[in-house]
Design a protein around this ligand. Structure first.
Ligand code: 5AD
Ligand code: SF4
Length: 470
């Protein structure tokens, strides 16, 4: 049993990051041929990509994926810890699974992901969810094969989720969800320790992948016909800082651009590490998409300081304006938290003012959620919940107004769209513009997987409608 431990999770040492090679023992390969699995993924793209790795490992065991959890021999939830409601969804789902397990005793049930790295969660599982079979942390994914084989052989709760700063595992198998768009990890973990955020504890210290491995992965994707890569990390702009080599995110972006992949995106940027050199490279290469996610979190300097964000609203605006000025037709999206401890009406108004200045293309907005073990957990939080909800409502109204306004500017224009597949909207296909806007369009299904010209006919707050033009 390897339990997560909050104190250990906070540690950052100068210890070298080990790069290990993934392998699965021969005796495990195809050893679960008659078994099926179900994976449900919560949270961010990092988690989605982890699920792509886990799916591939389970297939190496010979297992087959099913889309209903009731039909599965193995049910695995890849969890997220970012806010309380992510927790609640998982515990709600576990309630339904417990019900199933009463009639289907042999089903193997476990959680992976960020909740598995939380000491409080694992303690709760040990006391109230003993019927579960395994907990596997973010640092242990490469051992999934062994853990699953053991779980089928031995009905006893196994915890493999020790807190560590983390290694890098290369050569993990991957079963990608899309044939056209791929996630590529460029770094893991985070050392920023924003005071509200749990990620540095659940994902370990910042560690960059070797540039050759990244570029080779992208080259392989190009060969396989992929059109788009998203370079993933909790704080991608800090890429390379931990490697002590003279090579940074701007260099990496340039080298990835030179592979010839048609579209490059990257997530998530922290304003702190966003350099002029990066802006120049993004502006220079047509295949680096003019779409930047730049979380601001608050428009109040007092709150930014309490959040430990390391910039003022003036510094954010300076960067924002520089990006807008240098990168042609760039779209900028953001994340905003309301109701952070100590946020007064006047602090909140500062956030509204900043939104009025930036007129973001898109903003993801959240009410502050207390996370166990973070510094903000202990901060005095006097704002009543209803007040926070009203702030969120007001903010959303403003954010939506600008999203629609920005989208309206595209009406009548012709934009490039990577067509990904059928839309939820009957009779339409869907894809994204270079600026990362969702488009529902009328076009022949033969165009799926292609980048085509689309005339925008109608703009809505969250999407655009268009038609294919030659
Ligand atoms: N409460 C509310 N929102 C949070 N986020 C991160 N931690 C918290 C929290 N404790 C938001 C931030 C971040 C996004 C991924 O989630 O805005 O950028
Ligand atoms: Fe959720 Fe953050 Fe973990 Fe992603 S890294 S799964 S957003 S807690």
């Amino acid at each position: 049993m390897n339990m997560p431990n909050l104190k250990e999770a906070k540690k950052r040492t100068k210890n070298k990051v080990e790069v290990k090679k993934y392998s699965l023992k021969n005796e495990y390969k195809n050893s679960l041929k008659d078994k099926t699995f179900y994976i449900k993924t919560y949270g961010c793209q990092m988690n989605e990509h982890d699920s792509e790795n886990m799916r591939a490992i389970l297939k190496e065991l010979g297992m087959t994926e099913v889309l209903n959890f009731e039909d599965a021999d193995l049910i695995m939830l890849n969890t997220c810890s970012i806010r309380e409601n992510a927790h609640n969804k998982v515990f709600g789902m576990l309630g339904r699974i417990k019900h199933l397990k009463q009639t289907k005793k042999d089903v193997v049930v476990g959680i992976a992901g960020c909740m598995a790295q939380e000491e409080v969660v694992v303690k709760e599982i040990l006391s109230k969810y003993k019927w579960m079979d395994f907990v596997i942390g973010t640092h242990n994914i490469h051992n999934l094969g062994e853990i699953i084989v053991n779980s089928f052989n031995e009905k006893k709760l196994k915890i493999e989720a020790e807190s560590q700063e983390g290694d890098i595992i290369e050569g993990m198998p991957v079963e990608r969800t899309s044939k056209y768009k791929a996630f590529v990890n460029i770094m893991y973990g985070c050392d920023k320790f924003c005071t509200y955020c749990i990620v540095p504890y659940t994902r370990g210290k910042q560690r960059s992948r070797n540039k050759e491995q990244i570029i080779n992965e992208v080259k392989e994707l190009v060969k396989d016909g992929y059109k788009e890569v998203t370079l993933l990390g909790q704080n991608v702009n800090a890429y390379g800082k931990d490697l002590n080599i003279n090579y940074n995110m701007a260099n990496l972006l340039e080298d990835v651009a030179k592979t010839g992949i048609e579209r490059i995106r990257f997530m998530t940027s922290h304003p702190w590490d966003f350099t002029d050199e990066m802006i120049e490279i993004i502006a220079k290469y047509d295949n680096i998409m003019p779409s930047i996610h730049l979380p601001v979190q608050s428009g109040s300097n007092k709150i930014l300081k309490l959040m430990g964000r390391r910039y003022t609203k003036e510094e954010y605006l300076k960067l924002f304006n520089k990006i807008k000025e240098k990168i042609k037709n760039v779209s900028i999206s953001t994340d905003i938290i309301v109701g952070f401890p100590g946020e007064t009406e006047s602090d909140f108004n500062d956030t509204l003012t900043l939104v009025n200045t930036c007129k973001f293309d898109l903003a993801y907005t959240f009410i502050f959620s207390k996370r166990v073990g973070t510094p903000a957990e202990k901060m005095l939080d006097e704002t009543p919940e209803e007040e926070k909800e009203q702030r969120l409502y007001k903010l959303n109204e403003l954010v939506n107004k600008y999203a629609l306004e920005n989208n309206k500017k595209l009406e009548g224009k012709i934009v490039k769209v990577l067509v990904e597949g059928k839309s939820d909207k009957e009779g339409f296909l869907m894809g994204y513009t270079e600026t990362n806007k969702l488009v529902n369009l009328k076009a022949n299904e033969m165009l799926i997987g292609k980048i085509i010209n689309v005339k925008i006919l109608e703009a809505k707050t969250w999407s655009l409608n268009g038609e294919y033009v030659k």
